[in-house]
Design a protein. Sequence first.
Length: 281
Amino acid sequence: MKRIQIGGASLGNLLLRFVQGLIIGVGGILPGVSGGVLCIVFGLYQPVMEVFAAPIRNLKKHFALLAPVALGAAVGCFGLAHLVGAAMQAYPAYATAAFVGLILGTLPALLRTAREKPASRGSAPAFFTSFVLFFTLFLFLGREDGLSIVPNFFWYLLTGVIWGVSIVLPGLSLSSILIFLGLFAPLVNGAKSLDFAVLLPVGIGGIAAIALLARLVNRLFARYPAVMSYIILGVVAATTIPLIPTQFASVADFFVQVCLMVVGFAVALAFDRLGKRLGCE
């Protein structure tokens, strides 16, 4: 059967990337989930960093890859913000369990990618160092004695900076930090209502942070590919383990969460296999 081509890419490829962007957009506002980590697990992190580091030179190179992802992320973040907010309030454990399964299902592919890089003596220390640092940070942000801040332009600007850093430095969960600061609900409400008093400072802060950090990260990947790959693997492992459910309301609740994790795991494996079949690069 002949494949439908759009701009040199198959329709299946475009739909796959759109769905990946949708998951990134939704996951970016889920507590404990990092948009940067989701970019990694879908094999999009380095192309995104290349575009951020040198947009004029690299946007054309990666446009066909990233355009459907960006569209999906926008739909996921803004179009589904209300739905995600309602789901997180009604079924927070179930939503998190599904995303934990999704991330766990990508770990084999991440390990395979890291092993494909040229060997380096610093790979193992890099993995353990990043794991310990981000695991400690995640536990700190998960404390229940969070701060209570009155939202204003400065705090929304800082929210944007944190958002940008969480994309460039995968594993740093925007939503976890915002929950700790008491800014998660105002941001979600601003996204739902398209309130530019919220979105404008967030956008300014995010773009500034990305512009300052992306080039540095891109150079580190070019110079130390194996070390950076294992750092990222450590970050993903460290930020996923604390999310794994350990408390259950009942036996039925236990089985529902386990089933959702299994479904997420299976979806991740399906994405990996489908991406290979469609020739996603």
